[in-house]
Design a protein around this ligand. Structure first.
Ligand SMILES: NC(=O)c1ccc[n+]([C@@H]2O[C@H](COP(=O)([O-])OP(=O)(O)OC[C@H]3O[C@@H](n4cnc5c(N)ncnc54)[C@H](O)[C@@H]3O)[C@@H](O)[C@H]2O)c1
Ligand SMILES: O=C(O)C[C@H](O)C(=O)O
Length: 324
């Protein structure tokens, strides 16, 4: 079988870190041939061509073809997997509304192009920030595509949360299960140690609440900013790794609870339609939000903060007329 995988922002840092992994079979497994479609803006097409040359030079047996274009309709035509990575970064002096508007101008048309030409089984992952709201914009501009096919990435936050907890407790990352991050991919996100387990025991019982609330939660939430401060550029290889994790688990299934930002149907009181991170289970090419988990007063208060932020972003893009 051959699948068409569209990657936007292909000439960017995450693009460079992800394309070789996709072409080598780490995304869809060893039996799936890959047609790559790379979407870039005109000035970056040459750089994307350079990356394509390197991809050819790897002689990956699974790589069927590479198309490079600045036309979204071409890029999403027949797309089975759409990785929406390219976005407009916040620049000096840019207000939040300007950033949302600039990204609306990217994710609105991309949603329309997905609606017009993607394959019936298209699965969309938005990585470009603000990821949840960009996914909301794309979803609302693609009325014929089932809403649950639009997702945003909080897997990097989950992976960070797992790694930091493992270091704190002196255990392996494989000893930690079901550590889900809820809400927005922003510092307001909520890493949930109440439902997480360490070697089968409740994680929250193994940490001090003061450390949890005042050190761990801010460290997970602000890890992206800490990476930017240290590298002078935002996370790229770890973001690419998380995007592979997200899409591979969705397509091929995984054990345990995972974090995915998906359109709410009202679960856990999250307003319907918001793209919020939830605990999900993946199996047989689909995912479901796992309901009935414990959400006590502490968790609820944190969930309210991050979901309110999503509502504010939704209201802002709605006010700008970006929701189709
Ligand atoms: N959700 C997450 O966990 C997470 C983690 C890390 C980074 N990010 C975000 O991912 C995005 C990409 O990061 P990066 O480091 O690769 O950035 P980058 O600046 O290196 O690359 C972005 C690329 O997108 C391209 N681009 C811009 N507009 C485009 C459009 N309309 N169509 C196609 N391509 C377009 C640019 O030309 C550029 O090559 C950023 O928004 C970043 O904030 C998200
Ligand atoms: O690009 C950013 O602003 C940070 C990024 O979302 C991250 O979490 O690493």
């Amino acid at each position: 079988m051959t699948k068409t995988v569209t990657v936007t922002g292909a000439a960017g840092a995450i693009g460079y870190a992800i394309l070789f992994r996709i072409a080598s079979g780490q995304l869809l497994g060893p039996d799936e041939k890959i047609k790559l479609k790379l979407l870039e803006i005109e000035p970056a097409l040459k750089a994307a061509e350079g990356t394509a040359m390197e991809l050819h030079d790897c002689a990956f047996p699974l790589l069927d073809s590479i198309d490079i274009t600045a036309d979204a309709n071409e890029a999403f035509d027949g797309s089975n997997v759409a990785m929406l990575i390219g976005a407009r970064p916040r620049q000096k002096g840019m207000e939040r509304a300007d950033l949302l508007e600039a990204n609306g101008a990217i994710f609105g048309p991309q949603g329309q192009a997905i609606n017009a030409g993607a394959a019936d089984d298209v699965r969309v992952l938005v990585v470009g920030n603000p990821a949840n709201t960009n996914a909301l914009i794309a979803m609302n501009n693609a009325p014929d595509v089932p809403r649950e096919r639009f997702t945003a990435m909080t897997r990097l936050d989950e992976n960070r949360a797992v790694s930091m907890l493992a270091q704190k407790l002196g255990v392996g990352v494989e000893d930690i299960q079901d550590l889900v991050v809820w809400g927005n991919h922003s510092p307001s996100m909520f890493p949930d140690l109440f439902n997480a387990k360490v070697r089968g025991e409740r994680a929250v019982n193994q940490v001090d609440m003061d450390w949890y609330e005042n050190e761990y939660m801010p460290a997970v939430g602000k890890r992206g900013a800490a990476i930017i401060e240290a590298r002078g550029a935002s996370s790229a290889a770890s973001a690419a790794n998380a995007a592979i994790d997200h899409m591979r688990d969705w397509a091929l299934g995984a054990d345990g609870l995972r974090s995915m930002a998906v359109p709410s149907s009202g679960q856990y009181g999250v307003e319907e339609g918001l793209v919020s991170s939830f605990p999900v289970r993946t199996q047989g090419g689909s995912y479901e939000v796992v309901e009935g988990l414990e959400v006590g007063d502490f968790a609820q208060s944190k969930l309210d903060i991050t979901v309110n932020e999503l509502k504010e972003e939704r209201d802002a893009v709605k006010g700008l007329g970006l929701l189709g």
